[in-house]
Design a protein around this ligand. Sequence first.
Ligand SMILES: Cc1cc2nc3c(=O)[nH]c(=O)nc-3n(C[C@H](O)[C@H](O)[C@H](O)COP(=O)(O)OP(=O)(O)OC[C@H]3O[C@@H](n4cnc5c(N)ncnc54)[C@H](O)[C@@H]3O)c2cc1C
Length: 193
Amino acid sequence: MRTAGARPENGVIRGRLLVLATGAAYHLHRELDLGIPARFVQTAQVEVDFADTAEVEVYFGNSVAPGSFGWVVPMRRNGQPRARIGLVTDREAEGYLLRFLQSAPIASRLGDGMPERFHRRPIPLAFLAQTFGERLLVVGDAAGLTKPTTAGGIYYSLLSAELAASTAQRATEGQEYSAKFLSQYQRAWKARS
Ligand SMILES: Cc1cc2nc3c(=O)[nH]c(=O)nc-3n(C[C@H](O)[C@H](O)[C@H](O)COP(=O)(O)OP(=O)(O)OC[C@H]3O[C@@H](n4cnc5c(N)ncnc54)[C@H](O)[C@@H]3O)c2cc1C
């Protein structure tokens, strides 16, 4: 198996069991014949200088983020008030974020200058048909495990990691890494979702 993150000298990593936890990055899925989630939403977010506030703000409506919502999350960096401003939408996340930043309630509180780069990332909205295989378990966004209502995936990534760890422990104890044995992982997360 080749991976981008771990870099052994010959580019190949060998192990008894692989846990695929690559988030919403699916290049290894193709090598492993896993397919990819059938549905995605898009996100775009920036961190900017922003007027001091303690309130998290949530914005709805087709003009802000069709199909989902936008947010302003205040924070401080080096003592300076800043905010993460972003949105989830079913299309054109960058364009909608630019318009959101230019809208009156946001633009009036932005520091100088429009940010040059937005962080963009897809979030899967459908799980893989199979989240296990021969010596393989797939967790979190890599498995497409998110909440379909808000696209939140933190809870499911932690839950699936915990269930995968329990399955991996049983596999290691019994030296049993077949797809049939590891399928108990998928039954476990399905029973919890
Ligand atoms: C803008 C935005 C806002 C969000 N807000 C919320 C929220 O409020 N609540 C919520 O529940 N969820 C939210 N989510 C979704 C949430 O972030 C994800 O569902 C969650 O982080 C998934 O966890 P994960 O561990 O599966 O993947 P990730 O957190 O994406 O972690 C995967 C890691 O694997 C690394 N990686 C990828 N490929 C390789 C490789 N080949 N080798 C080594 N490492 C690799 C990546 O760099 C990354 O560090 C948000 C997502 C975005 C983009």
